[in-house]
Design a binder for this molecule. Structure first.
Ligand code: ZN
Ligand code: ZN
Length: 417
């Protein structure tokens, strides 16, 4: 038997209702903050991600699904979407449109990671980019938006982590300090850290190996090395978040795995997710457009929510709450009743009710099915009901059965007595 490829999965009912809930919430919040949707292709030229994500990152070196097209060009299934959004911004000269370009996306990304709980090779992200401003007010608004999506989706007990990673003016000084300190410490650290201490010392701060943490704790903090542009920028972001009463924790080691981040970085973690506790990450990437070869400056900030993990956490917090339940199940007794049921169901479906018609069978069985699929009401239809024009409507929650006229059914389904 052919099965789904390792690291991929089918999203099935009833869980799919939670996915739809999360996406509907996100779309509503994006609309409130005047973000508009962008849909970029699933695959792009490999160069885009190599440059935009960073040649040295795990994503580019180990995890991308790269293949040669029939004409010999190298293509890659998108491992993330920020580089593609910036590519589209540059390609279509969105900088010439009025105002800041605020774009959001929903969709699958692909990384060949080791499959584990909450981590898939085809995974889903809900993300957004605000491009065209360096203002710290935008940073605060983006973080506010993210918190709004998580809260409205039904997630609670999460922590927002915040940091500044400096800029090309001040970061090199910090990296030099780091390299100096690591010269002594790195030989006692994990192989990845030993390599990074030379190639990209900043990424040592990212290491999750427990044995390395005491060393990492003692390394100098980037917040003591910010220049006189980055320092007030970070202070302003914090001030605007404080104004809104949005809680956060400053984490000087939060550097994120991607090369193009600059100044503000943030992450949201949630306890229920265990070791894979990050729900989303984001940050400012003012230099990304230039690193993609763009001539137009495109300072921006964005984030991407790991939708698989968010759905898992929401489902755990509210089991069964978002299931798609039919409003009504009609149980016709016999052929005449079945034909009548078809017409009645059509009438109610046109009024936006979710209606199921049982194709027949033993009444006891069909009642059991109605119960199992979670129908809110059941209407049993026989020849007498059709002839008399009065039906018997059963409320499946209370078990109470009451007679209703045809024209009253819709109002009863809406909960009006
Ligand atoms: Zn700086
Ligand atoms: Zn390490």
């Amino acid at each position: 038997m052919i099965r789904a490829v390792k690291g991929t999965r089918d999203l099935l009912p009833p869980s799919i209702a939670v996915w739809n809930h999360v996406e509907q919430v996100a779309r509503r919040v994006f609309r409130a903050y005047h973000y508009q949707e962008i849909r970029t292709p699933i695959f792009e030229e490999t160069q885009l991600f190599a440059r935009g994500v960073g040649e040295e990152t795990d994503i580019v070196t180990k995890e991308m699904y790269t293949f040669e097209d029939r004409d010999g060009s190298s293509l890659t299934l998108r491992p993330e979407n920020t580089a593609a959004v910036i590519r589209a911004y540059l390609e279509h000269r969105l900088d010439q449109r009025p105002g800041i370009q605020k774009l959001f996306y929903l969709g699958p990304m692909f990384r060949r990671e080791r499959p584990q709980k909450g981590r898939y090779r085809q995974f889903y992200q809900i993300g957004a980019e605000a491009i065209g401003s360096e203002s710290p007010a935008i940073d605060a608004e983006v973080i506010e938006l993210v918190v709004e999506i998580l809260e409205r989706a039904g997630l609670s007990g999460f922590t927002t982590l915040l940091n500044s990673v400096g800029c090309p003016a001040c970061r090199p000084r910090y990296v030099a300090r780091l390299r100096e300190e690591l010269g002594e410490a790195a030989p006692r650290m994990c192989p990845d850290c030993q390599r990074r201490a030379v190639t990209n010392p900043l990424r040592v701060l990212d290491c999750k190996i427990p044995e390395d943490q005491p060393v990492i704790e003692r390394l100098p903090s980037i917040l003591d090395h910010l220049c006189d542009v980055c320092q007030p920028h970070f202070a302003a972001v914090r001030q605007y978040l404080d104004d809104r009463g949005i809680a956060y924790e400053v984490r000087p080691r939060l550097v994120r795995g991607l090369d193009y981040y600059m100044r503000t970085t943030f992450e949201v973690v949630h306890g229920a997710l265990g070791a894979q506790n990050s729900v989303l990450g984001g940050g400012r990437y003012d230099g990304l457009a230039e690193s993609l070869g763009g001539r137009i400056p495109a300072p921006g900030i964005g984030f991407s929510i790991g939708e698989d993990r968010l759905v898992m956490a929401v489902e755990e917090a509210h089991p069964g709450r978002f299931a798609d339940r039919p409003d009504l199940m009609i149980l016709p007794l016999g052929e005449a009743a079945l034909r009548h049921a078809g017409l009645l169901a059509r009438e109610l479906r046109r009024q936006d009710f979710s209606v199921e018609v049982s194709p027949g069978g033993k009444l006891k069985r069909t009642l059991e099915t109605a119960h199992k699929i979670g129908a809110r009401f059941v209407l049993i239809l026989g020849d007498d009901e059709i002839a008399g024009g009065t039906y018997s409507l059963k409320d499946m929650t209370s078990g109470v059965q009451t007679p209703v006229r045809r024209e009253e059914i819709a109002r009863r389904l809406e909960g009006i007595q």
